[in-house]
Design a protein around this ligand. Sequence first.
Ligand code: XBP
Ligand code: MG
Length: 252
Amino acid sequence: MTELKALLFDVDGTLADTERDGHRVAFNLAFEEAGLNWDWTPELYGKLLQVTGGKERIRLYIEKYLEAFSAPKDLTEFIANLHQSKTRHYLELLQRGEIPLRPGVERLLQEARTAELTLGIATTTTPDNVTWLLKSTLGEESLSWFDVIAAGDIVPAKKPAPDIFVYAMEELGLSADECIAFEDSGNGIKSSQGAGLKTIITVNDYTYDHDFSGAVLVLDKFGEPDQPSTALQGKLNGKNWLDIEQIKKLAG
Ligand code: XBP
Ligand code: MG
């Protein structure tokens, strides 16, 4: 049995519930700033989340959900500028401390560090979004906890393609059987499993009904002793929260 060496975390939906009250709000602020009467409601945003990547999501909206829209000559540039504005709004929201980590995330990261496990991130979101989520919740020093932060456009194909997890493992010099992934969505587990990784899922309001076949465990949250976790697929051994001991068993 290969020894577990690294934990690879997705960000949005896994480390923090960032989509409905974070990214979605930032998109709408960018649309308003650009004088566009676009309004991504929580329900519409749930549909748009079928595509990973903010720029890709704007393009999906224009192509599939907008009736009359006279696209500018350079649509790619238009989308890129809109997305830059959205990212600025999102970073301001993070810097105001508006997005907390999900229950159990900080505890699990600290337990992993104590157990001398390597920590990595594999996410579709923009790199600055990751660094500012970590800085605003765990402090500047937490950036050094991660040996790799693989994010955004650094790979040619975003989730559900496996590229970002493959890239993260290459950067760590580790094989899939030395790592385990943590994800929240159907696109996420397709990506992690496509990279050959065992995967633990924590669901959220946008992903609870996704197909997580093949996940080694599906939870509603990582949990804390005073915020018990519920296993939706697979089982927690003994404790009502996920800890390193159980992760090592599941990775085995
Ligand atoms: C989630 C995504 C990202 C965010 C928006 O990434 O798909 O696109 O929704 O961030 P993950 P950007 O679950 O892999 O963390 O606008 O920066 O793409
Ligand atoms: Mg996610």
